[in-house]
Design a protein around this ligand. Structure first.
Ligand code: MSP
Length: 521
């Protein structure tokens, strides 16, 4: 089974466009596996413990359990609206998760992988971690990224991370812990150099912060939020759970094929703590997940933040422009692993040119002319005409580029491959002008051949679009009267999905142009 996970979000506010992008990316890549006929499981959820949640609850004057429940509902509602279809939902306040975390902690403590000590140092409330001298900036200060920094002295429990540093270095270097894109691997190797010798504080004293999972062997402490949250990837995948627990069979899922995360939580959490935790639990190098690390959505070059007031709300955008428009833009305008600037004018421009004008027009013209000039009937599948052969070759090329790109998780490259074929088809129509050819009766059979080629192209492109724009693909199949293509697997994608004699339906714009109203002055 192909196992996809995402980071689990803190529900201490509303989801923003960055959270939405990650869930859509995971949804797209899972749907792509299904398109290939590969059985898949997609887990996502929310990271409900920790000090951030407590702080927000205090600021909002509600108790933390109320805040957690209320905001979690908001995340679930949005994912549904954005067509994000997950198989498992991870909430870290869930009892099954808590008991799994406690069982792991109990075992690690028994095996001597944990110890208790007193430590005095600086603590970042925002990042919920102790800071070291290495975290100071060039001016010798703890920068804004750490938020409020407090000096504290307290006893805590530590995980012997340093025991695994050497093993981790070779595991990353040998690509047993695979990191996509490749350029992030160095960042990880550097982080191991920097942090490999430091143990990880995995508890917080209850008297300071009680919103967490109690340590089973020392009830005065709760589990550090990251140690708790990372375990979701296995606890909700049925780790050490008997059949009948309602969770999946762990052996069929683990190791995860794709753990999708943003660049900010690669090190140390996912590429240092998580593999070392797994190793301490008894997983070996061949049982490490693959990390897919995406970049950030910024706004005019700035990081999105409440203080800058530049948070982009995906709910509002989906309401205004529709889910498919937002999904298309987010997949189209970010390069694998890199940052991108969220730009609403580009969203509208890309939709209007690439979907409304190019693909939409191709589809509309093909179905409309097939209806008007060919009695809604597909006349042929194959011909020997050189232009038709070139069109079929172009489609094969697009399909193979699409496959390679999607296998490499490069969705924007896959969309480019789809668009390349759309451009080819529109050029082909412009050159042949079937709307003029049909005036000459002797050319009617050629008109049928041409329209059969563009309609067939639309059917195939809609199959490729299925993971990214499932609703639009369904509408296209509806107009082509080929609803069964919603179930076709990629290995069955061959020329001739619309067989000779097939009757197509009525055209209706699938991508109506977005009209932007000018402001009245
Ligand atoms: N709760 C932790 C993750 C625990 S995983 C065991 C967390 N949550 S978060 O809500 O802050 O972020 C959730 C995900 O959203 C992370 O993968 C993060 O990188 C991603 N993004 C947050 N801001 C983002 C952008 N501006 N752009 C793209 N993704 C970003 O970290």
């Amino acid at each position: 089974m192909f196992y996809v996970t995402t980071a689990i979000d803190y529900p201490n506010g509303k989801p923003h466009i960055g959270h939405a992008y990650e869930k859509i990316l995971a949804d797209v890549l899972t749907r792509y596996q299904r398109l290939k006929g590969v059985e898949s499981y997609f887990l996502t959820g929310v990271d409900q413990h920790g000090q951030k949640m407590v702080k927000t609850a205090e600021a909002e004057g509600v108790n933390v359990a109320t805040l957690t429940k209320r905001n979690t509902k908001g995340f679930i509602r949005l994912w549904e609206k954005l067509g994000v279809e997950y198989d498992g939902w991870a909430e870290t306040t869930d009892e099954q998760h808590k008991s799994c975390v406690q069982a792991i902690l109990g075992k690690l403590e028994k095996e001597g992988a944990l110890y208790k000590k007193s430590y005095a140092g600086f603590y970042s409330v925002r990042q919920e971690q102790f800071l070291t001298e290495r975290d100071r900036n060039d001016h010798g200060e703890f920068g804004d990224e750490w938020g409020e920094v407090m000096e504290i002295e307290e006893e805590n429990w530590y995980f012997k991370l340093s025991d695994h540093a050497e093993w981790l270095r070779s595991t990353v270097a040998n690509d047993d812990l695979k990191i996509i894109p490749e350029f992030r691997k160095n960042e990880v190797l550097n982080a191991i150099e920097r942090a490999g010798d430091t143990d990880l504080c995995i508890s917080r004293p209850k008297e300071r912060m009680s919103w967490g999972i109690p340590l089973p062997f020392d009830p005065d402490f709760v589990t550090y939020v990251w140690f708790d949250a990372l375990i979701n990837y296995i606890s909700f995948a049925g780790y050490q759970k008997p059949e009948g627990s309602g969770l999946p069979k762990f052996d069929s899922l683990w190791p995860a094929d794709l753990q999708i995360i943003g660049k900010d939580i690669l090190v140390p959490a996912h590429a240092v703590y998580w593999p070392c935790m797994l190793h301490a639990m008894g997983f070996d190098a061949s049982e490490m997940p693959t990390l897919l690390v995406h970049g950030f959505w910024n706004v005019k070059g700035d990081k999105m933040s409440k203080s800058l007031g530049n948070i982009v709300d995906p709910d509002e955008l989906a309401e205004k422009f529709g889910t498919d428009t937002l999904r298309y833009y987010l997949c189209r305008d970010i390069r694998s692993g890199k940052d991108s600037d969220f730009d609403i004018e580009r969203l509208v421009m890309l939709f209007n040119t690439e979907l409304a004008n190019d693909l939409g027009n191709l589809l509309n013209r093909s179905i409309n002319m097939t209806k008007g000039f060919c009695n809604s009937t597909i006349s042929v599948t194959n011909t020997n005409n050189a232009e038709d052969i070139a069109l079929r070759d172009c489609l094969s090329q697009s399909v193979s580029t699409y496959r390679e790109a999607m296998d490499n998780c490069e969705v924007s490259v896959a969309l480019q491959a789809i668009n390349d074929h759309v451009t080819h088809c529109n050029g082909y129509l412009e050159r042949h002008k079937p709307w003029e050819m049909k005036k000459d009766e002797s050319k009617l059979s050629r008109v049928g051949e041409i329209l059969s080629h563009t309609a067939e192209s639309c059917a195939q492109l809609a199959v490729l679009l299925r993971p990214i724009l499932p609703d639009a693909a369904a509408k296209i199949f509806g107009q082509l009267k080929k609803d069964d293509l919603m179930k076709l697997t990629l290995s069955d994608l061959k020329w001739g999905l619309l067989e000779a004699g097939h009757q197509t339906g009525k055209p209706k714009p699938v991508f109506p142009r977005i009209q932007i109203e000018e402001k009245e002055s």
